[in-house]
Ligand binder design. Structure first.
Ligand code: GLN
Length: 511
């Protein structure tokens, strides 16, 4: 039974799949749907701060065009008229894009990222740009230059990072779908912390053209949603070959929507990565994970234990490779062509003063680390060694996938931590990336879905890994587990989320 979508709340709380169906059969209009989301943004933003910029006019213009096209009998793409939020790492023509950094304060890109072009071609109204850790460095969104995002589950908790804004917009029902980027877990860990779904596709499956670079050999754009099917629907919009990105894969997109609709794991071999169940794993997260293994067994999958011994070195290798690539990518912020400029007399002094003023402490820390790792005399010892570890991790995956179809682990070792707790301790924050980083180092796809509430009442995440270009398997496992978890919890866990303090209850957006 499709839900009745006759109130603003019904419109903001429905799944993207249901919204797309209601738009297609004319039960609702995209303008009403977009207005409901803009009003919800206005009501929840003072508490959550998921957005850095809201484009009410742009979103409503797209919505009106879609409604007119539909009325004229045009055939439209599947998600036409369904609004979407975009992480502030992707360039949006005419709409301010900062990557959460002061150095890009007020910068308006002259062009769209490939993924944004695809959203426009899919006729999806873009609600705005979501908050993130500066240049996507972090696991809590606290490194944003524009203030913290609060986890809608508990406002004193982080939403995860670096894509905390996209995940929080979904959990706050201020967007039905969102785009994220994942270099070491920035889609999956925030999904786990907010009770939402997020997928890091195979490296090269989604174009990086027009996405502000962090570490180019690890960066991957991907879809975020509240259900596995919704996430798959957005995945099919974002993925596809783009000649403007030299690492873009020229092959058909795996059938992720079909896999999500079928949600079948009968006969599948699922490997539990024993090395990701070690120290630091919260008891409640572990308990939910074990229950989910049982669900998958009951759905007909065979569960086996797998060792990936080199995963133990993943964090160390990542925190050399990432800073090395980032230090080189961020060299372009020289205050000459764009970005904030602090005039200090002469090009070199101006560059130094601008970078000193424009970059935050975490970015500076990583530029220094990366420059050191790449410097002559240290290159082989640090960067070269890390690249070898990266190969060993890829081999662990290869060996595992000879025995199993997918691998699984908790998405993050804990639930969302309180704001302010790990910021003073970068190492603690880095270590919590252990579960998500291996996928980026090996270029493989990974998906996180809500795995019920831990004993502290906060969401935990279940992660699935698949071989390259087998992203459809993530969705098959995700959908099978989601169906069983919905049966166990009497619905999606977002039904349990405490009500947010709202500032207005108008159904009309005034921005
Ligand atoms: N937490 C990781 C980091 O700080 C992930 C970043 C990301 O995926 N963008 O690097």
């Amino acid at each position: 039974m499709p839900p009745t979508l006759d109130t603003p709340e019904a419109l903001t709380h429905a799944s993207a799949a249901d919204l797309a169906a209601a738009l297609a059969d004319g039960t609702i209009t995209s303008v009403d749907l977009t207005r409901a989301h803009l009003a919800r943004i206005e009501a929840t933003e003072p508490a959550v701060h998921a957005y850095l910029a809201v484009d009410a006019d742009g979103a409503l213009a797209t919505a009106a065009e879609v409604d007119a096209a539909r009325a004229a009998g045009e055939t439209l793409p599947p998600l036409a008229g369904v609004p979407v939020a975009v992480k502030d790492v992707a360039c949006t023509k005419g709409l301010v894009t900062t990557a959460g950094s002061t150095i890009l304060d007020g910068w308006v890109p002259p062009y769209d990222a490939d993924v944004v072009e695809r959203l426009r071609a899919a006729r999806m109204p873009i609600l705005g740009k979501t908050n993130m850790d500066e240049f996507a460095m972090g696991s809590s969104t606290e490194h944003s230059a524009y203030g913290d995002t609060h986890n809608p589950w508990a406002l004193d908790r982080v939403p995860g990072g670096s894509g905390g804004g996209s995940a929080a917009s979904l959990a706050a029902f201020s967007a039905p779908l969102a785009v994220g980027s994942d270099t070491g877990g920035s889609i999956r860990q925030p999904a786990a912390f907010t009770g939402t779904v997020g997928c890091k596709p195979t490296y090269g499956a989604v174009s990086r053209y027009g996405v502000i670079a962090l570490a180019s050999s690890l960066d991957q754009i991907g879809p975020c949603g509240r259900t596995v099917l919704d996430t798959a629907l957005l995945h099919e919009v974002l993925a596809g070959h783009d000649p403007r990105d030299s690492t873009s894969i020229d092959a058909p997109v795996p059938p992720v929507v079909e896999a999500a609709r079928r949600g079948d794991v009968a006969g599948m071999r699922i490997g539990v990565v024993r090395d990701l169940l070690g120290e630091g794993l919260a008891e409640g997260v572990r308990a939910r994970f074990d229950e989910s293994l049982q669900h998958l067994r009951e759905a007909g999958a065979e569960i086996v234990e797998i060792d990936c011994p080199n995963f133990a070195h993943a964090v160390a290798a990542y925190y050399l490779i990432l800073p090395a690539e980032a230090s080189s990518n961020l060299a372009r912020y020289d205050a000459m062509r764009y970005g904030v400029r602090v005039d200090a007399g002469g090009a070199e002094r101006t560059m130094a003063a601008s970078r000193a003023a424009g970059f935050g402490p975490e970015v500076k820390r990583r530029i220094i680390l990366g420059t050191y790792a790449l410097s002559s005399g240290y290159y082989d010892a640090w960067y070269g060694q890390a690249q070898k570890v990266r190969t060993l991790i890829a081999r662990d995956f290869e060996a595992a996938f000879e025995r199993v179809d997918v691998l699984v682990s908790p998405t993050a070792p804990t639930t969302a931590f309180p704001l302010g707790t790990e910021q003073g301790d970068p190492l603690a924050m880095y270590l919590s990336d252990i579960t998500t980083i291996p996928a980026n180092l090996a270029g493989l796809p990974g998906l996180s879905l809500p795995n019920g509430l831990a004993e502290d009442g906060l969401p935990s995440g279940f992660q699935v890994y698949a071989p390259a270009m087998a992203d459809d398997r993530l969705y098959a496992v995700g959908a099978a587990l989601e169906a069983r978890l919905h049966a166990q919890w009497g619905g999606g866990i977002l039904d349990e989320i405490p009500a947010l303090p709202e500032t207005t209850t108008t159904s009309e957006a005034t921005r």
